[in-house]
Design a protein around this ligand. Structure first.
Ligand SMILES: CC(C)(COP(=O)(O)OP(=O)(O)OC[C@H]1O[C@@H](n2cnc3c(N)ncnc32)[C@H](O)[C@@H]1OP(=O)(O)O)[C@@H](O)C(=O)NCCC(=O)NCCS
Length: 231
């Protein structure tokens, strides 16, 4: 009996259900409306107001393409003007219970599935593009000592560091930026790179560990374009 049911289910699973014109057109329309129109409205009237309440500062023109970022731990979030956030973001205050800071500057974009683990502070400048599934890892999370790790002790001070991404930088999809790294103004991190050291201005880095693979010629008005005021 069991075998007969298994064979029946297996047969049903490998077969294909016919597309019924009319019915499936209707279902496709409903699905598109639900995912593109209703989800957008829901994001505006539910997620955005709740998210604003969770931020210490949130500039005008916030654009949230889907649900609000998942905020974990004691994290102070400051957003500039016209920040755009794709969905499925996770922003974590990593390590101890002390307050950590995440600052995102004007007109910057964080793509789908970005994870920001803040060790002390993560500062993303203005007009920065962070592509899908980038991970900022401001804390290693666990000690190097295997026995301390087994005892569940937290990581020590040297495994935590601030991260800065200066104005106009572009971090490619699936890149990982580790603790203590500063990415210079207008620099590019190639997709999939693991960035362990600072990246100079207008430099392209790629690979694991990321090394310089090119440079970007400075645009004519580079010096006067929104100056980077951070140290
Ligand atoms: C960084 C990037 C812009 C460079 O583009 P490019 O200037 O056209 O680079 P090229 O394809 O000419 O490659 C130049 C060199 O860099 C290397 N390179 C390019 N991309 C690389 C990567 N992701 N990792 C490692 N090396 C890379 C190439 O192999 C090549 O090396 P070689 O000269 O020894 O052959 C591009 O590779 C990239 O990563 N784009 C990000 C894409 C992305 O994430 N988009 C998301 C949308 S926001």
């Amino acid at each position: 009996m069991q075998r007969a049911i298994y064979a029946l289910l297996k047969g049903a699973g490998s077969g294909s259900f016919p597309t019924i014109p009319g019915l499936h057109h209707l279902l496709l329309g409903e699905r598109r409306f639900r995912r593109h129109v209703l989800a957008r409205v829901w994001s505006k009237v539910y997620h955005e107001p709740l998210f604003r309440l969770s931020c210490a500062r949130c500039g005008s023109g916030l654009m949230m393409l889907e649900e609000q970022p998942k905020l974990l731990g004691n994290l102070r979030v400051e957003l500039g003007e016209r920040v755009c956030l794709a969905g499925n973001q996770t922003w974590i205050a990593a390590g101890d219970a002390a307050e950590k800071q995440l600052v995102i500057g004007d007109s910057s974009y964080l793509g789908y599935g970005v994870v920001v683990a803040v060790g002390r502070r993560v500062e993303i400048g203005r007009h920065v593009l962070v592509a899908d599934r980038v991970r900022f890892s401001g804390s290693d999370g666990h000690p190097l000592d295997p026995l301390a790790r087994a005892r569940g002790e937290s990581a020590d001070e040297r495994s935590i560091g601030s991260i800065a991404v200066h104005d106009y930088a572009w971090v490619g999809a699936h890149a990982i930026v580790l603790k203590g790294v500063t990415i210079g103004r207008g620099a590019i991190v190639a997709s999939g790179a693991v960035v362990t050291h600072d990246v100079p201005e207008l430099t392209i880095v790629g690979g694991n560990p990321a090394k310089p693979i090119g440079t970007v010629p400075p645009p004519p008005d580079w010096v006067t374009a929104v100056p980077d005021t951070r140290a």
